[in-house]
Each structure stands twice: as C-alpha cells, then as structure tokens.
Design a protein around this ligand. Structure first.
Ligand code: SF4
Length: 498
C-alpha cells in the first residue's frame, strides 16, 4: 500500500466539506472491482481524503483502502487482484474520526461465527456515544482515549456491533434487522458478507441512495450519476427506513423503521453532482431554478452574470436567463488541482485561491458583474475572490448566493465548522438582509444578497416538512448529538445562554 501523507487542502479550506460517497455492486459476471472503481470516480466530489474497495468471492473478503484520491489509491494491478462477485466502495471525508488509514473505509470485521463483514457509511450518527459505550463495554473496540489503537470513527463502532451480532446460526441479515432500528442519525450503509450486498438508508433519507440495474446484476450508489457512469439504468431510490439486499435470488426489501423524511436541502445547492437526480428531483434543474428566483427577487443592473465554478454555474445560468443579462465565464477553474498533498510554501499559501480559480481579465475588465456562488461559509474565499476580480479590472461586483446564510453547524454529515467560524454569525445578526449587509462590508462587495429560504426550498420541489434545512434555520429534525462540543454550544445559544 502506498503511504500518502495528509496535507493542506489548497482548494477547499474555506468550503463546506462533503461527507462521503458509497457504492455497491452485485454482479457475478462482471469485473466488480473495476465497476466500483469507476463508481467511486463518479463520487469523488463527496470525499477526497480516502478511498477503498472491499470485494467478496463467497469465501473471503479482500479490502484495499488508503488515504488519497481514488486515482491515487488504486491502479490496474490492485484492481486485477480484487476478484469476486460482490463489491462495496467508499470515498471519504472525515466528518467523524481523524483522517488516518484506520478510518478509511470500508471497515472490515470477522464475526464470532467466522463471517467476514465489510461496511461503508455515508452520514453522521446522533447516538454515536451510546453505541460507542456499548462497543467498549463489550470489548469490541478499545476504550475511548486509548490512543493509536484502531479506528475512532462511528463507522468502526457500527461495524464492530454488527459483526458481534453474527453468532452461531445468525446471519448478517439477522444482525442488520437487530441493529439498524437502534441507529439514530443520518446514514446510508453499504454492507457485504462476501455473498450478499446490503444497503440501508436512515428513516429520514438525509443522504441520497439509489438502486440501478446492470445486465448481469445490481448497483446501489449515493448518486444516480454513479449509476450512469457504470452503465446501470436507474430503478428507484432506496426509501428512507428501507434495507435492501441483493443475492442470486434477486433484490429483496424490508423496512426497519417508519419514514419521516428530512432530505438534506444542501445536496441540491452544493453537495450532489448537477447530473444526479435525488428523490425524483434533478439537481441541475433545482440549481437553475434557484438562479431564476435569485434574479426575480434580487435583481441588479449589470453587464455580465458569471458563476464561481463549478457549483455556482447552474444558478448563474438561471440568473442570466431570467434577468436577460449575458452569461460569461470570467473565472477559470483548474480542474486538475483536486486535493493536493503537497504543503505549499508561505508565498503560495497567500496565493491560495489562485491555485483553483483565476480571473479572465479580457472578460471582466471594466464590467459590472453579478457573481453567483452556491454558499458563503467562512467568507474568506469570497473576500479573496472579490479582491482578485477588482485587481483584474472589474467595475462593480454584485454577489448573489444560491442559499440563505449558513448560521448553524451540520451534524448530519457536512462539515461547516463551528458557529463562531461562520461569517453569518460575525456581525450583529438580525434578518437575512441585515446579515447580508454586514457580510457585504466584510467581503468588500458592492451588493450582496442571499436567496430567500422559501425560494430555495421551492426549487427543490420537496415539501418544506420533507427537508432538513438546519444549517440555515437552526431547527434540527433529527435532534442534536450527545457529547459533541459544537452541539452543546448550539444548545446553549438556542437557550439564550451564549
Ligand atoms: S444541516 Fe444543512 S447540510 Fe446538514 S443535513 Fe441539514 S440541510 Fe443538509
């Protein structure tokens, strides 16, 4: 295995961090490891810190995983060595546990009756502490605080508890039936015992999960774009609270909890690929619609509409179409920068953003611009961006944001940092318009406006009651986790104590 050092993320230090991508395939006639590799490639945007594939051939499960991008972790010879009928894969961003090799997924355990189990997870658990205490009490994982031993992630805890339930004549299916109803939070699990592919989605359906059909098998993936890329046809979404398992007798389904939908609205704004369809809604259409709504409720007189690529692009197209202002690409993104593992010198660190985005002087010089971005989290990117645009000769810079101000942390799988680090909380607060005005002065824009929350929700085409929008509203539909300092801070703020 290659030893890759975790390094400075020059391109993403100021952005929301996606959580993870999961992919699974059951297809005895196919090269399941290569299908999984290309599926993970399609899900690379959901996690860039680690990648892994577990392949089962009915006798053994072999896991290969490492820190780094999918293209850094795997090569042809590794994939050739991973042969079997069923595979699961994972791309990781470390929302729980550090970014060490042990925390890269899939996790592997052997059960008391000798069954191999591999598990991959997208999401964040709310009752992690309770599950961790149980795993420690059963001596399945080292006591908390024992440094350097095993994985610290919530996925490791679930893997340990699940495998421990497979005793005597009990199977992985029995274990899933017993454990899944006890897990609280946002989760999509992909699990295999080397024979059967299991997938489960939490009762709120916070993260997306879809089922697809191959000629000779079945695929389950975080996003439909991953189904497209391996040539699978979309069959349906996995329902919230549903467990699916696939074996030689076909696809089986069972509900382990009643559904109370709370889909992550931020998937539509930023996380998911625009070419994915989540719970019946095309991400690209939702983003274009948000842009149209931005133009209607927050018009501005300008020469050009330009996106902050890539996730601001569909909203900018929508803004331009609705306003009649021409659309142009005034910022070039280096598509190959990805996540660098090289520590930049101080000089390069200052340049920071230019590693990723560079303004096109010929497009923007002397022009009044509407710059459309997906979200503002800490605000450092936008501050640097506006300075860069002015240095390149821009006239006025009007910033339009395709989501409301991010005021609260996410405990369901996206890393936005703590409340104090969010730029929306740096001013005197107040309405979204007042927050926009204080951020405008901080980042140096001529005007700044956020799409109203009702418009963002309407663009997702889901009922407001079927969505989570906690990072904008502070209303957490799944509750807050115990033993989490940021969650304790949120509780204090919401009680008016902080
Ligand atoms: S808090 Fe925000 S990012 Fe997290 S699940 Fe809810 S909408 Fe998505």
């Amino acid at each position: 295995m290659t030893a890759v050092q975790t390094g400075f993320d020059a391109t993403r230090a100021d952005e929301p961090r996606e959580e993870c991508g999961v992919f699974g395939v059951w297809a005895p006639q196919e090269d399941v490891s290569k299908l999984t590799y290309f599926g993970l490639f399609a899900l690379q945007h959901r996690g860039q810190e680690g990648a892994g594939i577990a392949v089962g051939d009915h006798e053994n499960i072999v896991v290969f995983k490492d820190t780094g991008l999918v293209s850094q972790v795997f090569d042809e010879s590794v994939l050739d060595a991973l042969q079997g009928d069923v595979a699961i894969g994972h791309t990781r961003y470390s929302t729980a546990g550090g970014n060490s090799w042990e925390n890269v997924q899939p996790m592997f355990r052997t059960s008391p009756n000798g069954t191999d189990v591999a598990l991959a997870h997208n999401g964040n658990l709310i009752n992690y502490m309770e599950l961790q205490q149980e795993a420690i009490a059963k001596k399945l994982i080292p006591a908390a605080g024992v440094k350097g031993q095993g994985s610290s992630s919530d996925t490791a805890v679930v893997s340990a508890l699940l495998a421990d339930l497979i005793r005597d004549e009990r199977t992985l299916l029995d274990a899933c039936r017993e454990l899944l109803p006890r897990i609280k939070g946002a989760f999509c699990f992909m699990i295999t015992d080397g024979h059967t592919l299991f997938a489960a989605r939490d009762p709120h359906g916070v993260r997306p999960l879809s089922l697809g059909r191959l000629d000779g098998g079945w695929v389950i993936a975080s996003e439909t774009a991953a189904l497209d890329i391996v040539g699978a046809s979309f069959v349906r979404d996995v329902d919230p609270g549903e467990m699916i398992w696939v074996d030689a007798s076909g696809v089986h389904s069972e509900r382990f909890a009643e559904e109370t939908r709370a889909h992550c609205v931020f998937e539509y704004v930023y996380v998911a690929r625009p070419d994915s369809v989540i719970d019946g809604q095309t991400v690209n259409s939702a983003r274009i619609d948000i842009g149209r709504r931005l133009a209607r409720v927050l018009p501005v007189d300008a020469d050009l509409v330009m996106p902050v690529p890539e996730s601001g692009t569909p909203a900018a197209i929508g803004y331009a179409a609705e306003s009649g202002i021409p659309f142009k690409q005034g910022l070039m993104k280096n598509a190959y920068v990805g996540r660098t593992f090289i520590q930049p010198s101080d000089t390069l660190r200052q340049l920071g953003l230019r590693l990723k985005l560079n303004p096109v002087r010929q497009v923007i010089e002397g022009k009044s611009l509407v710059v459309v971005d997906d979200s503002i989290v800490r605000g450092n990117t936008q501050r640097k961006l506006i300075r860069m645009l002015r240095e390149a000769g821009a006239g006025e810079v009007h910033v339009r944001i395709a989501s409301p101000p991010v005021k609260w942390p996410c405990f369901y799988g996206i890393d936005f940092a703590s409340p104090g680090e969010l730029i929306a909380n740096h001013g005197r607060g107040g309405s979204d318009a007042e927050i926009a005005e204080s951020i405008r002065t901080m980042i140096g824009a001529d005007s700044l406006a956020f799409v109203p929350i009702d418009d963002m929700v309407a663009a997702s085409k889901h009922a407001p009651t079927d969505l989570c929008a906690a990072c904008f509203t502070g209303h957490y539909p799944l509750g807050l986790p115990e033993g989490n300092p940021n969650a304790d801070l949120v509780r204090r703020i919401q009680r008016g104590e902080s």
